[in-house]
Design a protein around this ligand. Structure first.
Ligand code: ADP
Ligand code: MG
Length: 369
């Protein structure tokens, strides 16, 4: 049955996956998964290689059929609909252009496949090439274009028939860093102009953060966490998320009282909240490296030391341009990683320097151990 709203009579999502899964023989590429994408949203599937991102995208596109579950497009069940009838656009990492066709014919291809009249085709191809900055390249063959230009053709070919949903599988994966950043900006601008729903795949955390309204972080064929970039960074639900998104210090300990965690070497930590963790349970306290302050041991004043403080010595300092990374070995042996905005003063933290490190309770997150 095709019906225009999701169960419950609410406004339909652009895409709603219900219990969707995929197995290949003994391999589970995707465990049963629920995921809804809002209209006009830019959602990114982020995760390490093999985590099931492409599988999820191919299921939505119809390139492969699910083992279990249902896919709703705008409230209609498309689980068994052939790919071409879904009206979903796809952009691939390897561009997938037809090498013997020029740019115009590559971009015109989906319109010709839909038997559109010649004058409509000319107008739409011209508009699409305009949008990706490739007017004047109509007669070139793909091999006469740079990687970035080839991917612009791939994007033009996708947007030319105004799909309501665009899927992109690591579209910038083959480009160098500077070009990738430029293309990220262009794709974001296109998304804003076209107001299309985009589901984007990348394994690059910065790319995901830069582009997305929400991120669906995947791990071993499952959703590890779904949320805004802000939520994933500041409220990771587990150690995998904390580690994949940004850098982290994870300090093991036991909850001994409300908002208090004691480490095995006797350090008492004041944390933001121990809600959801019973007294006596083992936890890991997350502190981001940029939230730890380092103070010279000689003069820690009352105001400069925050809720948590620990004495140690500098183990290593590395200057990486705008940021300086410092590893501090706390008395007791634990290494804490610190990240600060570089200054000439941070050059003066040689290995062996005695220091006090300090961080606020509000900058901690308590995770299950
Ligand atoms: N056609 C297939 N046959 C067997 N296993 C597959 C097939 N496609 C994907 N897989 C497996 O499913 C898992 C997820 O793959 P994939 O979705 O391509 O991950 P990602 O895109 O995140 O790198 C991997 O373990 C992969 O080896
Ligand atoms: Mg993939």
């Amino acid at each position: 049955m095709h019906n225009a709203t999701d169960l419950g009579g609410q406004v339909a999502h652009a895409i709603a996956l219900k219990g969707i899964s995929k197995t290949y023989g003994p391999v589970t590429a995707l465990h049963p998964t629920d995921l809804s994408v809002e209209k006009g949203e830019f959602l990114t599937l982020l995760g390490p290689s093999g985590s099931g991102k492409t599988t999820l995208l191919n299921l939505i596109a119809g390139a492969t059929g699910p083992t279990t579950g249902t896919i709703l497009l705008d409230g209609c069940d498309i689980t068994r609909m052939p790919p071409r009838e879904r009206g979903i656009g796809m952009v691939f990492q390897n561009y997938a252009l037809m090498p013997h066709m020029n740019v115009f014919d590559n971009v015109a291809y989906p319109l010709r496949a839909r038997h559109q009249p010649a004058n409509t085709i000319r107008a739409k191809v011209t508009e699409a090439l305009d949008r990706v900055g490739l007017r004047g390249f109509e007669n070139r063959k793909p091999r006469q274009l740079s990687g970035g230009q080839q991917q612009r053709v791939g994007i033009a070919r996708c947007i030319v028939y105004s799909p309501t949903i665009i899927l992109m599988d690591e579209p910038l994966g083959a480009l160098d860093k500077n070009l990738r950043e430029q293309m990220q900006g262009e794709i974001k601008r296109l998304h804003k102009d076209l107001k299309t729903t985009v589901i984007y795949v990348t394994h690059d955390q910065e790319e995901a953060f830069n582009m997305s309204d929400r991120i669906c972080l995947m791990s071993t064929g499952q959703i590890a966490q779904l949320g805004t970039p802000d939520e994933l960074y500041f409220e990771p639900v587990n150690e995998f998320v904390a580690d994949f998104v940004g850098e982290s210090n994870l300090i093991e300990g036991k909850v001994t009282a409300a908002n208090t965690v004691m480490t095995s070497d006797g350090l008492t930590l004041v944390v933001c909240s121990t809600e959801g963790h019973a007294i006596g349970s083992l936890v890991k306290v997350l502190v981001r490296p940029e939230k730890i302050e380092m103070i010279g041991r000689s003069a820690p004043t009352v105001t400069s030391v925050r809720d948590n403080a620990c004495a140690g010595t500098v183990a290593q300092t590395s200057f990486v341009g705008g940021m300086t990374r410092i590893a501090v070995r706390c008395d007791g042996g634990r290494i804490l990683r610190i990240k600060t905005v570089s200054s000439r003063a941070s050059d003066c933290a040689p290995a062996g320097l005695p220091v006090t490190v300090s961080w606020a309770a509000s900058d901690t997150v308590v995770l299950k151990s």
